[in-house]
Design a binder for this molecule. Structure first.
Ligand SMILES: *Cc1c(COP(=O)(O)O)cnc(C)c1O
Length: 454
């Protein structure tokens, strides 16, 4: 095996197509349903929200979808991204395991998210959209889409979960620097927001509520579309550029992973990396490959939620999809991995979990920060709190190798840096961080509100 630390592709080797897993699924995805009628969604139902090209990608079964030149030109600002061999972490853990990480933190907003933000802004521009609305939790998606909209001169309004808006100003300032308008959600700007504020003026907000506001704003304004930063099939599709690059780079390193780990909020960064690999498991060439999805114990969607049809948002405006869910009314405990606090999960990941191709694990935040600090002291990179979840699992697996003497190859989907999350590190380092277990009774209560579908 190659002793190098960094594996890179030349700009001209950047992938020209995204990989669409829908071409290779052994069973098709269950259809999305209309939130009002409960009937299977049609392209016309989605037309008020998304440009037609994205609606087509959502249901396409074409295996390779060409990346437009204009999108590739912007990707070139930071892509292809680097695959690292974590020699120093291996040494610190005294493990025979070979640890790799593919690092998405070098994009302008510092995560994988612009891979889809730029593509979505492009298709909107092509179809004449003047203004986009979206929601954001801790601000990563809002900042990525602000950058994407700045690239194409589109106006953007971001509904940001109120508690984060007040506690974490830096991502809001990034959004404003890229030219977007950002308001705390619940806001007085929509009926959904006004109703919630009347009930609870101190409401901390949730991603489900912010989605409702952004969707309502979209359908009540001219020339406006809505954009979602995770969960949907077309979002995962755009992220596969990362997995395609990673596959080529692992070949360069003369290696193939035994285990791939990634963190899941809505599932887009990890799916983007593992989908081109899961294909090898589906077609039987790599039956032993393990793919581990890591979520917070405080928001245990896949490990504790049922696989059921649920609304994508709390006001029941967004489509009903089949997924693992904690219920659309879920208000998450205030853990620092803001990007992992969504009540549902990408239908593609849930379907692959049902079919037995991927597994899931939940981790508590204190242990994830401990792992993040170990990683930072060995590899230098201070990771996003979200990413620390899968670093924790990678370290556990590497330590198991130390026990067993096996030299497994472990690949980490490293979704971004944590430079805007230093308050969270401060809380950890000063012993102020708390762990939250999401209570079983809360899961059960939320589930009584699932939509009844045939
Ligand atoms: C948003 C975010 C996530 C979670 O979102 P996914 O759609 O599950 O990828 C993970 N890591 C980082 C750094 C993020 O910004």
């Amino acid at each position: 095996m190659d002793k190098r630390t960094k594996f890179t592709l030349d700009e001209k080797e950047m992938p020209t197509h995204w990989y669409n897993i829908q071409a290779d699924l052994p069973k098709p995805l269950p259809p999305g349903l209309h939130p009002g009628t409960g009937k299977p969604l049609t392209p016309d139902d989605l037309a008020p929200l998304f440009p037609m090209e994205l609606i087509k990608q959502e249901v396409s079964t074409e295996r390779w979808i060409e990346i437009p030149d204009e999108v590739r030109d912007i990707y070139r600002l930071w892509r292809p991204t680097t695959l690292f061999r974590a020699h120093r972490l291996e040494k610190a853990l005294d493990t025979p395991a070979k640890i790799f990480y593919k690092y998405e933190g070098t994009s302008p907003p510092g995560s994988h998210k612009p891979n889809t933000a730029v593509a979505q802004a492009y298709y909107n521009k092509q179809e004449g959209t003047k203004r986009i609305t979206t929601e954001t939790g801790a601000g990563q998606w809002g900042s990525a889409l602000s950058f994407g909209c700045a690239c194409f001169g589109i106006e953007l309004k971001v509904y940001m979960v109120a508690i984060s808006y007040h506690q974490k100003p830096y991502r809001r300032i990034m959004m404003e620097t890229w030219g977007a308008k950002c308001v705390p959600s619940p806001s007085p700007d929509t009926k959904t927001g006004r109703d919630m504020l009347a009930k609870d003026p101190e409401c901390p907000g949730s991603l489900g509520l912010a989605i409702s506001e952004a969707v309502e704003d979209c359908v009540t304004h001219e020339n406006t579309k809505y954009s979602l930063g995770s969960v949907l099939n077309h979002v995962l599709l755009h992220q596969t550029i990362n997995g395609i690059e990673t596959k080529k780079l692992m070949e360069q390193a003369d290696a193939y992973p035994d285990i791939i780990v990634g963190c899941i909020g809505g599932g887009s960064n990890f799916a983007g990396l593992f989908l081109p690999f899961v294909k090898d498991k589906i077609d039987g060439t790599k039956p032993d490959l393990r793919i581990i999805n890591v979520e917070p114990a405080s928001c245990p969607t896949v490990t504790k939620g049922p696989y059921a049809y649920d609304f994508g948002d709390s006001a029941k405006l967004a489509p009903i999809v089949k997924m693992y869910t904690l219920g659309h009314g879920f208000i998450p405990p205030p853990v620092h991995a803001g990007g992992l606090r969504y009540h549902g999960m990408a239908p593609i990941i849930c379907h692959l979990h049902q079919l037995g191709f991927v597994e899931a694990r939940a981790e508590h935040q204190i242990a994830t920060f401990k792992a993040g600090v170990t990683f930072a002291r060995a590899e230098g990179i201070i990771s996003a709190p979200e990413t620390n979840h899968c670093i924790k699992v990678a370290i556990d697996e590497a330590l198991k190798c130390r026990e067993s003497g096996e030299a497994k190859t472990i690949l980490i989907a490293h979704s971004g840096h944590g430079h805007v999350d230093m308050a969270a590190y401060d809380a950890y380092l000063s012993g102020k961080l708390i762990d939250y277990e999401y209570p079983k009774e809360m899961v059960e209560a939320a589930l009584s509100e699932l939509p009844k579908v045939g």
